[in-house]
Design a protein around this ligand. Structure first.
Ligand code: 5AD
Ligand code: SF4
Length: 480
């Protein structure tokens, strides 16, 4: 694992070994405690990083002897893996946890656990401690690998456990993963964030940026390909700064080139990129590596330079547009662009917002993820004056989504007669003999074809763009 050559902390082999022993102890405890294999229900909120963490949680639980269910009311262990990025996500968690109160009263042997970004905030952990006494276990983002020990202590002790160390974070390799899908896989290449965008809670709850060793990433990638995974998404809050903390340094573009030169039939995706670190080299790499999806998720957040400065984003709209223009020049119509936008940042005026609208017009994204600003305790933006009323922000928001709807529709029309490399993932809905496939930009194209094409990549020509899907035809069947 190269622990001696890196600047960031790595969880030691002794610690990982200790957790394996706790895992066996949990297995013994639950085999005595329950008549049949107990079920665990893991509920995930938020981003793909959380989805990937939940897959590790499930991997560890499987080794400890748990089965799984989506029905909370038949589980002996309920874990909520929470998100802190907006208030709405937090409210949902409090609502859903609250609903378990009477269930726990009647089923005292059920364990309720909370983890993830929300729990890493001290005021939230405090609220759980005081107002949700039926929650047994709370653990933060930095100790997921300690789940066997924490669960053992919960199962065998009588005290509630709150394990939320305030630290920069470390990397734990070799944790078992139980993946949700058998064709699409999430592969975290780095953790944490150093950017401190002024509205964002992530750097406070996920710690500093730390990259996994390139060899560890490549090994996991090869295993995924050998297991038959076809679409592998590299994850990080800011993948463009991957490898800056490794010794020797590695660039993200370099990693992409190495992965795409591996043998096998697969497609690489990645997210998220930060415009301030997105290099021309990365765009050139995307354009030249045929196994890298021509999809760039590049959040710009606002089109106003004044707001971008207040957000601490370190780029201008002109620089952003230059990147997009370069990417479009190299990848043409094949390229799909998606972005994140925040409406109603503190102090944003209608003129600022109009700058966002004009950037949206210029970018012509396939789709946008749009959010109304949500104040996050402890971030600089939460202290800024925010005079625009919520109703006004909602109006702006609607204006933005209406505009993007028009752009998305006109973008869909441009796909007619285009040929895309698509992954055929399942049966279609347009008719009995249709199968469904996804192109680089995650657009769904259905075509008449045999079910044995499912699990392969095919070239598909778009015949008719419909509203949410496109009808197409196979160009030339490619057998695996
Ligand atoms: N309010 C609203 N949206 C936010 N995001 C991050 N923090 C906030 C916040 N406080 C959005 C950004 C980011 C996406 C993951 O969530 O657009 O890119
Ligand atoms: Fe939050 Fe900015 Fe880091 Fe993204 S880059 S996680 S928006 S601080």
């Amino acid at each position: 694992m190269g622990a001696s050559t890196r600047k960031t902390a790595v969880v030691s082999n002794e610690e990982l070994e200790k957790q394996k022993q706790f895992s066996q102890r949990v297995a013994s405890v639950i085999s005595v405690k329950y008549d049949e294999k107990p079920k665990a229900c893991v509920v995930t909120y938020g981003c793909q990083q959380n989805v990937a963490d939940s897959e590790k949680i499930k991997g560890m639980l499987e080794v400890m002897g748990y089965d799984f269910t989506d029905n909370r009311l038949e589980a002996k262990l309920i874990i909520f893996n929470t998100c802190a990025v907006r208030e709405h996500a937090e409210d949902r968690v409090f609502g859903n946890v609250g609903m378990l109160k009477s269930y726990k009263r009647e089923n005292t042997d059920v364990i309720i656990a909370l983890c993830g970004c929300m729990m890493q905030q001290s005021h939230i952990a405090q609220k759980i401690k005081m107002s949700y006494p039926f929650v047994d276990l709370v653990f933060g983002t930095h100790v997921i690998h300690c789940l066997p020990e924490l669960l053992y202590r919960t199962l065998t002790g009588r005290k509630r456990i709150f394990e939320i160390p305030d630290m920069d974070g470390a990397i734990a390799e070799g944790i078992p993963v139980k993946r949700d899908d058998d064709a699409k896989a999430w592969l975290p290449i780095m953790y944490g964030c150093n950017n401190f965008c002024s509205y964002c809670i992530v750097p406070y709850v996920r710690g500093r940026e730390r990259s996994r060793e390139k060899a560890d990433v490549i090994n996991e990638f090869k295993e995924l390909v050998a297991q038959g995974y076809k679409e592998i998404t590299l994850l990080g809050q800011n993948v463009n700064s991957y490898g800056k903390d490794l010794m020797p340094c590695v660039s993200f573009a370099e990693l992409l080139r190495e992965l795409s030169s591996l043998d096998g039939d697969f497609r690489i995706r990645f997210m998220t990129s930060h415009p301030k670190d997105c290099t021309k080299e990365l765009i050139e790499t995307m354009a030249s590596c045929d196994k890298v999806a021509q999809h760039l998720h590049l959040p710009f957040q606002s089109g106003s330079n004044r707001v971008l400065r207040a957000m601490n984003r370190h780029y201008t709209r002109e620089q952003y547009l230059e990147l997009i223009t370069y990417a479009k020049k190299l990848m043409g119509d094949e390229l799909s662009i998606t972005s994140d936008i925040i409406v109603g940042f503190p102090g944003e005026t209608y003129d600022d917002f109009k700058e966002t609208l004009s950037l949206v017009e210029a970018v012509k994204a396939t789709s946008l993820f749009t959010f109304i600003y949500s104040p996050r305790k402890g971030t600089p933006a939460a202290e800024m004056d925010d005079p625009i009323p919520a109703e006004e922000k909602s109006k702006w928001f609607k204006q933005l989504t209406d505009l993007q709807e028009k752009i998305s529709a006109s973008q869909m029309a441009l796909h007619k007669d285009k040929v895309y490399k698509c992954y055929v993932y399942g049966k279609g809905k347009l008719g009995d003999n249709y199968v469904a496939a996804r192109n680089d930009g995650n657009l769904i194209i259905e075509f008449e074809g045999d079910e044995n094409l499912i699990g392969t990549f095919q070239s598909i020509r778009v015949i008719e763009p419909l509203t949410f899907v496109m009808r197409g035809e196979i160009v030339k069947e490619k057998k695996l």
